[in-house]
Write a protein that binds this ligand. Sequence first.
Ligand SMILES: [Zn+2]
Length: 197
Amino acid sequence: MSQGIVENLIQQLMKLPGIGRKTAQRLAFFILAMPDEDAKSLSEAISNIKQKARFCSQCFNITESEICSICSDESRDRKKICVVEEPGNIFVIEKSGSFKGLYHVLLGALAPIDGITPDKLKIAELLERVKTNGTEEVIIATNPNTKGEMTAQYLKEVLTPFNVNVTRIAYGLPMGSDIEFADEVTLRKAMEGRRQL
Ligand SMILES: [Zn+2]
């Protein structure tokens, strides 16, 4: 067995967030010991997600079709839009079961210093939805850190001309953290305790 192929897998795994060399090594040897079928399924899943996944044309969630399953679910409360930074945040909020409206993914947060200005995010698309869909409440669930707060304040300003209630989810979450890492209970509490912005 060549050391090259193992080292290559370790290097690839280390590109993932939160994976250092030690963990990458452990994972590489775990994969090596996996049954062939499982290893194949894993590599196919990675390859599929890059080939088939795209953004929902309405909310920018990840989907395989033009419109995601949430946007096309008629039983959801279409008067409420929850704004998040990344598609992954939807997954966490859905798991908490605390929200039955629609979502809007900004695909980032404002960071003017890094060149992330409002036109780089899906903000114009959000305003268009609010304008045309009779939205009654926009719940801002950006991360409780500097960028997320700046984005929330900006959204509050640009949404003011519209006749819409703008709320911000409450954070039992520690400031400076990321929604991605919140547990379900904390997130449900945060959603229930949302306040007027
Ligand atoms: Zn969608």
